[in-house]
Design a protein around this ligand. Structure first.
Ligand SMILES: Cc1cc2nc3c(=O)[nH]c(=O)nc-3n(C[C@H](O)[C@H](O)[C@H](O)COP(=O)(O)O)c2cc1C
Length: 362
């Protein structure tokens, strides 16, 4: 059985990781108004590459200007963003880690106050922002344009020197809104059956493959369950078979807590075990959620994950991954002091944002 400190190779591309530890995508609100990276955001990620992680993933980054969900969000939609992206990708590589850009569109969670336009979604849906009321349903041609925008963003990441991209299909954003039975009530080829609801995601994958090189990594992050918009576990398991056929390099499941069973599914096992069974080693799997100690990382690998992603542990401990050879490593958990977080490379702006995460800051 593999251990968290063991190396790993993505077979199709031959890209190698020094260990099984992944910095999960984390929004940190430090990007400039035009979506370009700030020095603070680059520094925070480079500290994690210095800290020994195998993969460093960027924050969720919008692929079109109107796909922005919040202030300070990273963007990958324009060439003015290339300079910062290039600095980040080069820095991560120089530090021995593999870099992934996480690409997304916020859909119904893009406030009009921020983008200046009515938000869009698969269907007419309520928005997160009470001023805006409802979304507009995307036209067929607009969906095709967005598929192209995702591909252009991936190509931009490759041009900047990233090793790959992770398509963010989780957490209720646009791709997830297409997958969700409640947010996607379309009657055309983009709605109805799972095959139709997954078409947006599968077309994005296909188009990215057409515009990036053979050795560019392509992964997909999903929420196994996102019940309040109708993403059900049964569907997510069937989606796994479609993703295997699509030719991606890995599947990333966002569990939030790897040590509790699913909520709307009659199976006492953990999500990672259930997905590992369905995958049957056809694709590498990253799992993520509530991992702090080496023992917990090992447990998630024993459940069937090939790689273990961490978010809050990586915020609290820049060098988390360097400790995975120590089987007793069990670092401090929240609440953290501001001084501690600043010592781990968080800017005051990022620390301020973390106050929104209940119990994270003392
Ligand atoms: C500050 C913060 C920002 C996050 N931003 C993103 C994001 O941009 N994209 C994403 O897929 N998940 C995001 N997440 C979710 C994490 O990637 C991860 O799935 C979740 O925090 C559970 O892992 P953890 O228990 O190791 O923190 C964020 C989490 C945190 C704490």
């Amino acid at each position: 059985m593999a251990a968290p400190a063991d190396s790993f190779e993505f077979l199709r591309t031959g890209k190698k990781l020094r260990n099984r530890a992944v910095v999960a995508a984390m929004t940190n609100k430090q990007s400039n108004e035009d979506g370009s990276l700030s020095d603070e955001e680059i520094n925070w990620l480079l500290r994690r590459a210095d800290g020994g992680f195998g993969i460093v993933t960027t924050a969720a980054s919008h692929v079109v200007r109107e796909g922005k969900g919040w202030d300070g969000e990273m963007g990958v939609w324009g060439d003015h963003q290339l300079q910062g992206l290039t600095r980040l990708a080069k820095g991560i590589r120089e530090r021995g880690a593999v870099s992934l850009g996480q690409i997304f569109h916020g859909g119904m969670r893009c406030p009009q106050g921020l983008t200046g336009v009515q938000p869009v979604s698969a269907s007419v849906n309520p928005t997160s922002d009470s001023d805006t009321g409802e979304t507009r349903a995307l036209e067929d041609s607009e969906i095709e344009e967005l598929v192209d925008a995702f591909a252009a963003a991936a190509a931009r990441c490759e041009k900047a020197g990233f090793d790959g991209v992770e398509i963010h299909g989780a957490h209720g954003y646009l791709i997830c809104q297409f997958l969700g039975l409640q947010t996607n009530r379309r009657e055309d080829r983009w709605g109805g059956s799972l095959e139709n609801r997954a078409r947006f995601l599968l077309n994005i994958i296909e188009r990215i493959r057409q515009v990036t090189s053979e050795d560019f990594l392509l992964g997909v992050r999903i929420s196994p369950e996102y019940n309040n918009i109708g993403v059900m576990l049964e569907d997510s398991l069937d989606l796994v078979d479609m993703l295997v056929k699509s030719g991606i390099d890995y599947l990333h499941i966002s569990c939030w807590d790897c040590f509790t069973p699913p909520t709307h599914y009659d199976d006492p096992r953990m999500l990672t075990e259930i997905f590992a069974e369905r995958l049957a080693n056809r694709l590498p799997m990253i799992s993520c959620g509530a991992v702090w100690s080496t023992a917990q990382a090992q447990q998630v690998m024993d459940q069937g994950a090939d790689l273990v992603a961490v978010a809050r542990s990586a915020i609290g401990h820049a060098d988390w991954a360097s400790n995975l050879g120590d089987l007793d490593y069990d670092p401090q958990r929240p609440p953290f002091t501001t001084a501690h977080l600043e010592s781990q490379g968080l800017s005051p702006k990022f620390v301020e944002y973390m106050r929104a995460w209940k119990g994270f800051i003392a």
